[in-house]
Design a protein around this ligand. Sequence first.
Ligand code: NAD
Length: 486
Amino acid sequence: MKYGELSNFIDGKPSCPAGVKRAQRISPVDGSVISTFPLSGIDELNKAVAAAKKAFPEWSARTIKDRAQILYKYYELLSKNLEECAQIMQDEMGKNLKESMQETAKSLELTEFACSMPQVATGDSERVSGGVQSREEFIPLGVVASIIPFNFPHMVPHWTFPNAIVLGNTMVMKPSREAPYCAIKIGEMLKEAGLPDGVFNVVCGGREIVTGMTEHPDIKAVSFVGSTPVMKIVYEKSSAKYKRCLALGSANNHLILMPDAHPDNSAVNIAASYLGCAGQRCMSACVLVAVGDCDGIIKKIIEESKKFIPGDNMSAIVNAEAKISITGYIDRAEKDGAKILLDGRNAVAPKGLEKGFYIGPTVIEAKRGSEIAVEENFGPVLTVVHAKSLNEALEIANSSPYGNGGSIFTQNGRAAEVFCDNIEVGMVGVNVGVPVPREPFSFGGCKDSITGTGDITGKSAVRFWTRIKKITCKWNPEGKRINWMS
Ligand code: NAD
């Protein structure tokens, strides 16, 4: 096994009680067993929360500038280890090395933003009446939790822990069962960067750990990224215990293609959008709404798609169940009368990777409202539906219960403005396949793609990971400027 027997990372050291059940991690790249990891019980979660609680007083008492210094060191270490982290990601969940490297580079950018927190989370102050000064300070919450999905096992941890800890919190993270070592490795590097023991902890496991996090009295806030059904469970359970919760869910992103769109630019961007990470991205293109006659551009998208070769420049599907689920969606669409314009079901993996899990690029022309056009299949599948006008296309896109991202491809500024004004999503693109804003702008959708207040990254993160203390002082009651409000 390439990575051996993994342990939790608690209080700055590996932790794995004897006798705990273990699961195997099978690499989707080639089907080999690369590690085993603990399916921890509540005892391990309690131990991690206790370590984080113990570390909180000293950590939160440091200045934000001191805490940021450790993140600067972590940034340097991560820069040196980008390739190793990317390799772990590829082995664990199948994202190819190039895309994994792009993800670790994004983790660097997120860390860089957290390093700037002393300039961002400055609080506020004003003379509110004669001789009276009020000020606001951002106060850390205590022990906080972060629950991670499989598809961005390095970037999503960096959405949460750098901001949470630089603002003075201590954290317990639960990685996906598909990529436990990605998170453990972060813990190891943070320790090497000088983070005090207990400030960042990782507990591997399943539902029991997530439920335990939502119920633990010492956990003050829960962040979750994953599918909408689980998002709702986590939000309901956390709120029932009066915890702060921000939870991000599924997506079914619509791209609107206008007949005047730049053919080559659109084809390249749209193909890359639905095929990146083999479609396993919450910002992937899912439904292409073609307005009027876009046949020429659709042909070009198909030609571009053929350049993506599973197991070569195209990532694997995370596990056997996901492959069956995606194939099932394509099979049912075909049965339902949809036209398969490009079929990736019988993708052949390169030599040596035959036991891996792969699906090739798939383009389907389907009816508006059909299952393949409405549900998230989380695979390398682009569903084309047709609309007569931009208004009809917007109506189709806005009928989705999800609201993560959406883009228009056009060379007409007016059409782009109408789209930006009327599309009901959190992240909007014009001629951009994956409209993810870069730091310092925040990440977050709307509708069933998120629940809770604010976004998870950027300045919005300050509000989520802190409470505001309001301090009002009067030091000179005899002063000339004192008035009746004082
Ligand atoms: P998932 O919901 O299955 O799992 C997410 C986390 O919740 C994992 O750590 C998992 O162990 C845990 N979990 C799973 N089922 C649970 C249950 N019943 N009770 C408690 N915990 C449970 O999601 P996934 O398959 O890992 O990730 C893919 C999904 O995440 C897709 O729907 C994708 O759109 C979404 N996603 C959304 C965003 C976003 O920013 N909106 C980002 C990445 C992924």
